[in-house]
Design a binder for this molecule. Sequence first.
Ligand SMILES: *Cc1c(COP(=O)(O)O)cnc(C)c1O
Ligand SMILES: [Zn+2]
Length: 441
Amino acid sequence: MYRAELACSEGCDFHSPIHEVIYRCPTCGGLLEVRHDLERLRARSASAWMHLFDGRYKRTMWPYGSGVWGKKEWVMPHVRDDLVVSLDEGGTNLLWANRLGGELGLDDLWIKLCGNSHSGSFKDLGMTVLVSVVRQMINDGKPIRAIACASTGDTSASLAAYCATASIPSIVLLPKGKVSTAQLVQPLASGSLVLELDTDFDGCMAVVQELAKDPTIYLANSMNSLRLEGQKTVAIELVQQFDWEAPDFVIIPSGNLGNVSALASGFLLMRELGVLSKLPRLVVAQAERANPLYRAFKEGFDRFAPVRAEPTLASAIQIGNPVSVRRAIRALQKTDGIVEQASEDELAHAAAWADRTGAYACPHTGVALAALIKLLRSGTIERHHRVIVVSTASGLKFTEFKTRYHARELPGVDCRLANAPEEIAPTIDAVKRALDRRLGA
Ligand SMILES: *Cc1c(COP(=O)(O)O)cnc(C)c1O
Ligand SMILES: [Zn+2]
């Protein structure tokens, strides 16, 4: 009864059923978006939607306990429940970062821990939708042999896990030497065909797009709009976690710019359906070494030029030519959005500072926290504002980043919060002396 279809996101007339293997508008070459039948969705009142979603949240009835599938009517209504490929994604902790907020001069700081997920990043939220739709296509007789992606490490880990769950072959193209050990091991363990290419993410992306011209190889990159439908539930879920109130700012570390587009579409949909009356201001946080959107923002979005992304500790956002740039700019224009950037030193320091207050922040979350610090300093964000930092991955995937910080081995980073282990003699006296040194005698 609820319906969604693919449509051109650039305003052409083109539309197509969801189950077609198509990623771009044949008329203008623009990206596609999933368009819902808003009239039907509006037939249910805002309070009835909220009640329905609250009743499902984190319960056990398949597949509605998932944070994504609990909002199925707004996400991908036509997928058959028994074909859904879910690993119980979403429903993640919204952490009140009280101590960190206090130290930064903010009364109402929250971290949405999207990395507390099956494969350790928010990519699971989108992948459950994409792999479920593909499973239904295969079930309906489409000749799809495998799902493929290029990745900076987290998309591939997620794709591999969901494909393994559904017994669909997966193929991942990774930039050689540019993903963490954990991120490389994840798709290997899941049985993916893992191909390491001697290039960067943008280079892998170019190859995988060629590969996906073969219609039996389904493309899972975020140019594929199915994933954004799942990721938009982050916006819905965090509003739900505040008893259906919008925050003032949401800060999102961004690379290919799919996630900020997804969150914006979640907020806009909630306003459309009367769940929200105001929108939060969205903040895109970029690494200074991969900052094409920041540069465009500084020029009022008059023009956009891709850059050559330099190596950054925030490796998952080392992207110079973001595929979703046009939809991201529209998203920022509709939400009075802002773009901020963080240097290597700023992102590493912000992550280490947050860790000292009990977080275990990945470097991308460090980029978002560094952006927050700058916006507080410039007065854009004030003490009374309610701010949500989107933590995109688990810090546990970035052990090299943390160990090198605490060993003071990060070039160009002043590791002022480094905390190295002390080697001492195996005696109670030596232990007591170490305690006295740390705590004061
Ligand atoms: C993918 C990813 C991002 C960037 O998301 P985009 O949609 O590409 O902007 C940020 N952080 C982490 C940890 C990621 O895996
Ligand atoms: Zn078009």
